[in-house]
Design a protein. Structure first.
Lengths: 348, 59
């Protein structure tokens, strides 16, 4: 048997290099390589490709990036709205995990539903941010619990689908905040990005680099990474603008992968780590009777991020919250009391 | 500018120990735990530190 030594094979029509072999034995193909089987070094099939393009791995498949739980944003598909579907006031008020920084602006933030058949990126819902009077810094944000959820010095990518009109004097700003907690080191912000909205639904992708956490102090139990989408600080225009947005994803790495769809139930449970609302109106079990002291121990559906702020709506008499813990709340009264609704807020 | 409009704050005690704060925040009656990781408690502490809010003792 003889050897054929060759460093390049050219195509017959244009005389361009089609296959090259370097001195280390690496083979490069300049154009398409049609193959239906790739074997391992012992001659067993490792990958097969059928005529429809389906790829089958005969043995294990080890990806270099994770296949699931990539998206660090909760409620990026805008499915869950425990507090209500619309708000005109500052703070949390409609879509879970999305907070409006209203400043002096006016308008409405709401959950909207795509018309059947006109869904974008396979989504049912989107967030509508409809500003009738603009102001610098007005915008919406979401918090990712734990600053180290995004590793030190790592690249990470934010992607979303959006359409709308831009604020009066500039584009919309996409801003990241790495916060080390209320008693930790000062927050650090990577360079922000500009998003120029159009009237057509478009996928936007931005890659950031996380700061170096070396030497930082994380303290207070409320550190986070925040994604902020807002009217620029230098844009003091009061012009109206609006933004519809869905499929918001933040993932470690420099590539925006397809949106990671999750079921409503899974997303609701994730949201309830930060906010949970229970309505008892009309239920006879909402009344609590006893003798001189009445106690109600309310165990949450989902353990909270931290001891939550408790809001109770009473329909008869009232009680005192004497304990708020990450997994239960204890109410106490010296008379009977009746509850219409409870909510537990452990948001960042 | 304050992030939250806190118009009243009073400790709630159980058997002589303060266990939470009953506060009116943005017009809502809320029971706030004494936990610095809680955003409402953190804001109450910030406003007390700034001298713009006083927490009343428990009854």
């Amino acid at each position: 048997m003889s050897k054929l030594k060759v460093s390049a094979i050219h195509d017959p029509d244009n005389d361009n290099e089609a296959i090259t072999v370097d001195t280390s034995g690496n083979v490069s193909v300049s154009s398409n390589l049609k193959v239906n089987t790739i074997q391992d070094t012992t001659g067993n099939d490792a990958l097969t490709i059928d005529s429809s393009g389906n790829v089958t791995a005969s043995q294990g498949f080890v990806p270099s990036t994770q296949l699931s739980h990539r998206n660090l944003i909760i409620n990026g598909a805008m499915q869950v709205a425990q507090r209500g579907t619309s708000q005109t006031t500052d703070g949390y008020g409609s879509l879970d995990r999305w907070k409006w920084n209203k400043v002096s602006s006016a308008g409405t933030m709401s959950q909207q539903t795509f018309t059947v058949g006109s869904e974008v990126d396979g989504q049912k819902n989107y967030l509508s941010f409809d500003i009738t009077t603009g102001d610098n810094f007005t915008g919406f944000r979401t918090y990712i619990e734990g600053v180290r959820s995004v590793p030190s010095n790592s690249q990470y990518t934010v992607s979303f689908w959006a359409k709308g009109t831009n604020p009066g004097a500039s584009n919309v700003r996409v801003r990241m905040i790495h916060n080390f907690g209320s008693s930790g080191s000062s927050a650090v912000e990577p360079n922000s990005k500009e998003c120029s909205l159009t009237s057509t639904w478009t996928k936007y992708t931005y890659t950031f680099t996380a700061p170096d956490y070396t030497g930082k102090t994380i303290s207070g139990g409320n550190d986070y990474v925040a994604l902020v989408i807002e009217q620029r600080s230098t844009d003091t225009s009061t012009d109206a603008w609006n933004m519809d947005i869905t499929s918001v994803q933040l993932e470690v790495g420099s590539v925006a992968t397809p949106f990671e769809h999750r079921s409503y139930g899974e997303e609701l449970a994730r949201c309830q780590r930060y906010y949970e609302k229970v309505s008892l109106t009309g239920s006879t079990t909402s009344y609590y009777y006893a003798g001189s002291q009445n106690n109600l121990l309310w165990v949450y559906g989902v353990t909270k991020r931290t001891a939550p702020t408790v809001s109770v709506s009473y329909t008869a008499n009232s009680a005192s919250v004497i304990a708020s813990r990450i997994d239960y709340t204890l109410l106490q009264a010296s008379n009977y009391f009746a509850i219409g609704a409870l909510s537990f807020d452990a948001e960042l | 500018m304050n992030e939250m409009n806190i118009t009243s704050a009073q400790y709630i005690a159980d058997e002589g120990t303060n266990v939470c704060i009953q506060a009116t925040i943005d017009g809502q009656e809320l029971s706030v735990p004494l936990d610095s990781a809680n955003r409402h408690y953190a804001e109450i502490l910030r406003q007390v530190e700034a001298g713009t809010l006083t927490i009343q003792e428990a009854e």
